[in-house]
Ligand binder design. Structure first.
Ligand SMILES: Nc1nc2c(ncn2[C@@H]2O[C@H](COP(=O)(O)OP(=O)(O)OP(=O)(O)O)[C@@H](O)[C@H]2O)c(=O)[nH]1
Ligand SMILES: [Mg+2]
Length: 449
C-alpha cells in the first residue's frame, strides 16, 4: 500500500538521521524531497506545497524542547504535518447502529458490507446485512455468499424491484440484531434517480451512519466525489477501498480529508479481512516505517512538561516567592546525569573560568543527599521552610538517616539561595536577561548553584 510514497519518505527520514547536524540547507533539501514524494503519490499540488512550507517554517522558527535534538525535532515536525493532512480519526462506536453504504458502480460497496459485518461480528456484536441493491442482477446472491462465508445472516427479497420495500421490510424483520448494514445500488454517476433513491432509503432506514465507498484508484477525484455525495445526501464518513496496489491512495486520502469528511476505514485487498479502521497517526507511522515515533513524541511531551515546570519555578523565583518545594523541583531537574555539567557550562562566569570537574561531581553528590532530606519533610515544611526548627530538624534527620547538621546545612543553603534571588531581583539587567530567556523557552538555571 503506497509503497513508493512510503519508500521515498523513509529515505528522507534516513537522510535526516544520518546528517551530522540540521542546518538550513538540510531543511530545504528535505522539504524538496517530501514535496516530490507527495506529488508522485498523487497528493494535490497545493496541499503538498502547504505541507512543505509548514515544515520549513516550523523547522526554522521553532525550537526543540531542551533535551531533544534538532534532528528528532525535524522528524517530529514532518510526522505531525503529514498526520495533519489526513484529517481527524473518527471513532467507531461499538453499539447498536444502522449503517447505510452508498457509492457509484463497482467501488466496492458489497465487498465492504461484508468487511464491515466481519469487523463488528469479530467484536462480539450481532450483525445482519440487508441487500437493497435492486439494479445489479445477482446483487442479492453476491451478498448472500459473503454472508455464508462469514456465518452472518443476510436479509433480502429476491426478485423485488423496489429498494424501498426491501428496506421497510428489513427494518421490521431485523429488530433482534445490534448492527444492521445496508448495501445499496450504484450508478455510473451521481444522477438524479440515485439521489432520489438514497434520500428515500435514508428516510426509511434512519441510519446512524452513511458511509460513502470510494475506490482509491480514482485518486484526487475522491475529494470531489465525497463533496458531491455529501451535498446530495449527507455522509458521515468515507471508506476508501483498493488501497492495495494503488499508487494514488495518498491522493484519495488527502483529498477526502480536505473536504472535512473523515476517512473511517480503508480496504486493503479482496479478502474480507483486508480491512482496517483508519487512524492517521498509525497510518503515517507505518508509512514512515518508524515504530519508535510514538516514543519520540512521548519523550518530546515529557520534555515540554519539564520545561514548563522549570519556567514555573523561574517565575516564582522572579516574583520573590521561593520555597523548598521549588528548590526540590530545581534539584530534581539537576539530579539527571549530565544536566548539572551542561548547566554549569552555560553560565557565563563559569564559561570564562575553568570548570573544576570535582565541583560538578561534588555538587551532584550533594544534590542527591539533599533530595533524601527533602523527601523526609512534610508538605507544610516544604511550603513554609521558616517553621523548620529544633524538634522538626531532629525528626527530619532521623527520617532521612542523616545527621542534624546536614539538615541545618540544607536550610542554610536554602536561605542563601533565597538571599541571592533577592539580590538578583535588584539587578535589573540580569532580570531582563532572564525574562528574555524565559520568553525564548531557553532556560538556564543561572547562578543557582
Ligand atoms: N484489491 C481490492 N479489490 C477490492 C477491494 N474492495 C473491493 N474489491 C473488488 O472490487 C470489485 C467490485 O467490488 P463490489 O463490492 O462488487 O463493488 P460494488 O460497489 O458493490 O459494485 P456494484 O454493486 O456493481 O455497484 C470486486 O471484484 C471486489 O473484489 C479492495 O479493498 N481491494
Ligand atoms: Mg454491489
Amino acid at each position: 500500500m503506497l509503497d513508493s510514497l512510503g519508500a521515498s519518505l523513509r529515505d528522507t527520514i534516513r537522510k535526516i538521521t544520518k546528517a551530522g547536524y540540521v542546518d538550513k540547507a538540510l531543511i530545504k533539501e528535505v522539504v524538496r524531497d517530501i514535496q516530490r514524494a507527495l506529488l508522485k503519490g498523487d497528493v494535490d499540488v497545493h496541499l503538498a506545497l502547504k505541507l512543505s512550507k509548514n515544515v520549513e517554517r516550523r523547522a526554522l522558527e521553532e525550537k526543540p524542547p531542551s533535551g531533544m535534538s534538532y534532528r528528532d525535532f525535524l522528524i517530529k515536525i514532518i510526522y505531525e504535518e503529514l498526520i495533519a493532512i489526513l484529517g481527524k480519526e473518527k471513532e467507531i462506536r461499538l453499539k447498536p447502529q444502522k449503517i447505510m453504504l452508498v457509492g457509484l458502480y463497482g467501488q466496492g460497496k458489497t465487498t465492504t458490507a461484508g468487511k464491515l459485518a466481519k469487523y463488528f461480528h469479530d467484536k462480539g456484536l450481532s450483525v445482519v446485512m440487508v441487500a437493497c441493491d435492486v439494479h445489479r442482477p445477482a446483487a442479492y446472491d453476491q451478498l448472500k455468499q459473503i454472508g455464508e462465508k462469514l456465518n452472518i445472516p443476510v436479509f433480502g427479497i429476491p426478485g423485488e424491484r423496489d429498494a424501498r420495500k426491501i428496506a421497510k421490510e428489513a427494518i421490521k424483520k431485523t429488530r433482534d440484531y445490534q448492527i444492521k448494514i445496508f448495501d445499496t445500488s450504484g450508478r455510473h454517476a451521481l444522477e438524479d434517480d440515485l439521489i432520489q433513491e438514497m434520500e428515500d432509503l435514508k428516510k426509511i432506514i434512519e441510519p446512524d451512519e452513511i458511509f460513502l465507498v470510494l475506490d482509491a484508484t480514482i485518486g484526487q477525484q475522491a475529494g470531489k466525489q465525497a463533496k458531491a455525495f455529501h451535498d446530495a445526501v449527507g455522509i458521515t464518513g468515507v471508506i476508501i477501498t483498493k488501497m492495495d496496489g494503488s499508487a494514488k491512495g495518498g491522493g484519495a486520502l488527502s483529498a477526502v480529508a480536505t473536504t472535512g469528511a473523515p476517512v473511517v476505514f480503508i480496504g486493503t485487498g479482496e479478502h474480507l479481512e483486508d480491512f482496517e479502521h483508519f487512524n492517521p497517526t498509525r497510518f503515517i507511522s507505518r508509512l514512515l516505517g518508524m515504530g519508535d515515533l510514538e516514543t519520540l513524541l512521548e519523550t518530546a511531551k515529557k520534555l515540554e512538561i519539564e520545561e514548563e515546570k522549570t519556567s514555573k519555578v523561574m517565575e516564582r523565583m522572579m516574583s520573590g516567592k521561593f520555597n523548598l518545594k521549588d528548590m526540590y523541583d530545581i534539584w530534581e531537574q539537576m539530579a539527571k546525569p549530565g544536566i548539572l555539567q551542561k548547566l554549569l557550562y552555560s553560565l557565563p562566569f563559569y564559561r570564562m573560568g575553568e570548570i573544576d570537574k570535582n565541583l560538578v561531581e561534588e555538587s551532584e553528590e550533594k544534590i542527591r543527599r539533599y533530595r533524601v532530606i527533602l523527601d523526609s519533610m512534610t508538605y507544610e515544611e516544604l511550603e513554609n521552610p521558616e517553621i523548620i526548627k529544633g524538634s522538626r530538624i531532629r525528626r527530619i534527620a532521623i527520617g532521612s538517616g542523616k545527621d542534624e547538621q546536614e539538615v541545618r546545612n540544607l536550610l542554610k543553603e536554602y536561605h542563601k539561595m533565597k538571599r541571592m534571588m533577592k539580590e538578583m531581583r535588584g539587578n535589573r539587567k540580569l532580570m531582563r536577561a532572564l525574562r528574555r530567556q524565559l520568553k525564548g523557552g531557553n532556560i538556564d538555571l543561572q547562578g543557582l548553584i
